[in-house]
Design a protein around this ligand. Structure first.
Ligand code: IMP
Ligand code: MG
Length: 183
């Protein structure tokens, strides 16, 4: 019996399973390691959605780095509210260091754009790049594009691997689509 079987039963489709995600993270981590080797690096992961992605990706990165977490909200239910709220938390100094932002999914791009602008305005980091696990192919996209993307997906609301529906399903190890009657 799978430990998260009852959550999986709420999915009508699995888009990305554990091994597919793991293989892609291996490749993303090698790209990032090549890019940042020898450079002082700060990774800022956007909470809560990227906690699983950040944890699995960073454990593949054999580099000295500092990781910090920034809490950002934009979604209510299955739609982006359009307003990005930050919880200001103490972040490491970025002076003379390279910043890599991690997020779970790029939908409209508004969240990543707001966060990038925030760090650009500080004008501290040597460079700012972003890496998202998923990018939706959506006509709603108007914000930032990510520099590194794990997977392009269809314009569907997905859960699992950190992504939630009303704060549930984050611990599901796969990424999938909820059955219609649950939304
Ligand atoms: P954006 O600002 O529209 O790009 O939305 C990005 C944020 O919305 C992500 O960080 C997620 O937290 C959330 N989000 C977007 N699409 C989904 C989804 O399909 N499932 C769960 N959360 C999502
Ligand atoms: Mg998020």
């Amino acid at each position: 019996m799978n430990p998260t079987q009852s959550l999986r039963d709420d999915l009508k489709a699995v888009l990305l399973d554990e091994s597919t995600i793991a293989r892609r993270l291996d490749t993303l981590a090698s790209e990032l390691a090549a890019l940042y080797r020898g450079k002082p690096l700060v990774v800022v992961a956007l909470m809560n959605g990227s906690y699983v992605f950040a944890s699995d990706l960073l454990r593949r990165l054999d580099l000295p780095l500092e990781v910090a977490f920034l809490r950002v909200f934009s979604y209510s239910g299955t739609a982006s509210s359009g307003t990005i709220c930050f919880h200001e938390s103490p972040l490491p100094s970025l002076n003379g260091r390279h910043l890599l932002l991690l997020d779970d999914i790029l939908d409209t791009g508004a969240t990543l754009q707001a966060v990038c602008r925030h760090f650009e305005a500080l004008a501290e980091a040597e460079s700012i790049r972003s890496c998202v696990l998923l990018r939706k192919r959506t006509p709603r996209h108007h914000g930032a594009l990510a520099d590194h993307v794990g997977f392009e997906i269809e314009d569907l609301f997905v859960v699992g691997y950190g992504l939630d529906y009303c704060d549930r399903y984050r611990q599901l190890p796969v990424i999938g689509v909820l059955r219609d009657e649950l939304i």
